[in-house]
Design a protein around this ligand. Structure first.
Ligand code: SF4
Length: 127
């Protein structure tokens, strides 16, 4: 997404500089001014989308290292003795998502989005 935003940024910068060059016909400049709000809105939308954190995959090295699962009920309780039914990301101290959200950032996973229903060995009861 960042590459797309960067590419769009470069394209628009080229367009903007071309429009501001001396000798540019007034009708083109007027068109530029009239389309500027729409352009700004489009860029803001792309930047917001690219600024959102990525969703953690169970195959991410950090997730593998900490035994993360999207669905806490699928945790191997024999392998992870600290796991207990009812433990999940939504009630973990490191989860900073809002109550009711399906995904939220996790401090143990570099701020990537984890499932509220997930779990990993770093789980600590929310105070
Ligand atoms: S540290 Fe907590 S919020 Fe993060 S993945 Fe593990 S259980 Fe979920």
């Amino acid at each position: 997404m960042t590459m797309i935003a960067s590419s769009i940024d470069r394209t628009w910068k080229r367009f903007i500089f071309a429009q501001l060059r001396p000798g540019t016909p007034m009708t083109t400049r007027r068109h530029f001014v009239l389309t500027l709000p729409a352009t700004a809105l489009a860029l803001a939308t792309v930047r917001t989308a690219s600024a959102q954190a990525a969703k953690l995959q169970e195959t991410d090295p950090q997730a593998v290292a900490l035994g993360y699962r999207h669905d806490a009920t699928k945790v191997d309780a024999r392998k992870y003795a600290t796991y207990a039914p009812g433990h999940n990301c939504a009630n973990c101290q490191l989860y900073t998502g809002k109550a009711g959200d399906a995904l939220g950032p996790c401090g143990a996973m570099g701020g990537k989005l984890v499932a509220a229903t997930g779990w990993c060995v770093a789980w600590a009861r929310k105070a």
